[in-house]
Ligand binder design. Structure first.
Ligand code: SAH
Length: 394
């Protein structure tokens, strides 16, 4: 075997034997000094027993496991993993004439740690979160276009901001295969301009699809405020759901322009919608009480790391207190956290504190999570990141 071998300290093999895909640097004995970032390495127990192969990286997570067998990582390996991911999405029925946006690969959730692939029609946007996946990008792109029925013709690589900064990989966002100027994707029959060249993440937050559908269901006749709107996903669904007015707010002027464009694409000339470039906290402070019957709070991850968790929880509490206190009686609040470092319990506790602070009667109608195309590998509970509550406020 051509791969370099990393040896675990005694007793540190437990988590790998239970298929957890990460090896922490503290679990390793001294490393061969010629191991380089992004290398494929073999991992063995202290007694030499092989535990599998993975991508090596400098940092607290030292190896992201690709296989728990001592195999060679070939193009066929990626092909088979991608085919499995596609087989599962086919079972979910996400590729339809009225739906062309979905996640094909969700990192550890698809047994491909460090890799994200979102599909927008015939374009795949590929994002690497590890140097190993960065080095494998061309092989992966080459396999993606070969998958039968998936229909991918173009592969855009977008990892400038997702790779570890210190690895100095100088990743450039660009097409690996093909090129497309048709960036309109369809989600549940609604059209969205996807800006994979300049947008956040892969250009769109596909993970809110199911929650947006629920919002549509609750929108009829309601005055809706979509806070942190980004591309206006929730706003477009609220419009179709028959909201009497929809206001979208984002601190980024670019996001506001994207939202306006997506509303225009689906509801040209409809005067029910207005978007505002403003800070969420300021906006909520300034609105009249009872101005809205339905408020969506979908902020960016307040805690990117565990160390930021306390401040994040305070932020969620403050935001939710503002939302709950302002919604009209009989109103509904959709509230989310996408911080992986904040657990479902902690988030719910923050919302509980917020509700108590307002003194209003609040009930939980739904508990929300990420959709099925963002699966959680059962051996990697850290993969569960999106949490939401739908509240009914008297
Ligand atoms: N709800 C969106 C995703 C939200 S992403 C969707 O369904 O697609 C988070 C958004 O919050 C970003 O667009 C970012 O520009 C915006 N944002 C960050 N801080 C903000 C603040 N203080 N006030 C208002 N918007 C903010």
């Amino acid at each position: 075997m051509k791969y370099k071998t990393l040896t675990l300290k005694r007793g540190k093999e437990e988590s790998l034997l239970r298929f957890h895909p990460w090896v922490f640097s503290g679990a390793l004995t001294a490393m061969p000094d010629d191991v380089e970032e992004g290398d494929i390495v073999r991992v063995v127990a202290s007694d030499g027993r092989p535990l599998g192969v993975g991508h090596f990286q400098i940092g607290s997570i030292a190896v992201r496991m690709l296989s728990f067998f001592d195999i060679e990582i070939t193009p066929l390996f990626y092909r088979q993993a991608l085919e499995q991911a596609w087989k599962m999405r086919k079972a979910l029925g996400l590729q339809r004439p009225d739906n062309s946006a979905f996640r094909l690969v969700h990192g550890e959730g698809d047994f491909l740690p460090g890799l994200v692939v979102d599909i927008y029609g015939d374009t795949a946007v590929l994002q690497a979160h590890s140097p190993g996946m960065h080095f494998a990008r061309e092989i992966i792109a080459g396999q993606l276009v070969k998958i039968e029925g998936l229909g991918v013709k173009n592969v855009y690589y977008k990892s400038e901001t997702t790779l570890p900064y210190k690895a100095n990989l100088d990743a450039v966002n660009d097409y690996i295969i093909g090129h497309s100027d048709n960036n309109v994707a369809v989600e549940n029959g609604l059209k969205f301009n996807i800006d994979w060249l300049r947008g956040q993440k892969t250009g769109f937050f596909v993970d809110q699809r199911d929650n947006r559908s629920l919002l549509e269901h609750y929108s009829a006749g309601r005055r809706v405020l979509n806070m942190f709107c980004y591309t206006g996903g929730f706003s477009v669904y609220a419009m179709r759901g028959g909201a009497s007015l929809v206001h979208s707010v984002d601190s980024s002027a670019k996001a506001v322009a994207l939202t306006d464009a997506n509303i225009e694409l689906n509801f040209p000339g409809d005067t029910r919608h207005k978007a505002f470039a403003e800070d969420a906290f300021k906006y909520l402070d300034n609105i009249q009480p009872e101005a809205y019957d339905l408020i969506v709070l979908d902020p960016p991850a307040f805690a990117k790391h565990r160390s930021a968790r306390r401040n994040a929880l305070r932020g969620y509490q403050k935001l939710n207190a503002a939302g709950i206190s302002k919604v009209a009686p009989g109103g509904i609040v959709f509230t989310f956290s996408c911080s992986q470092a904040v657990s479902r319990e902690q988030f719910r506790l923050a919302v509980f504190s917020a509700a108590a602070q307002t003194g209003r009667k609040v009930r939980i109608l739904h508990q929300l999570t990420q959709p099925a195309d963002h699966p959680v590998n059962i051996y990697h509970p850290e993969g569960e990141y999106l949490k939401g509550l739908i509240l009914y406020v008297e």
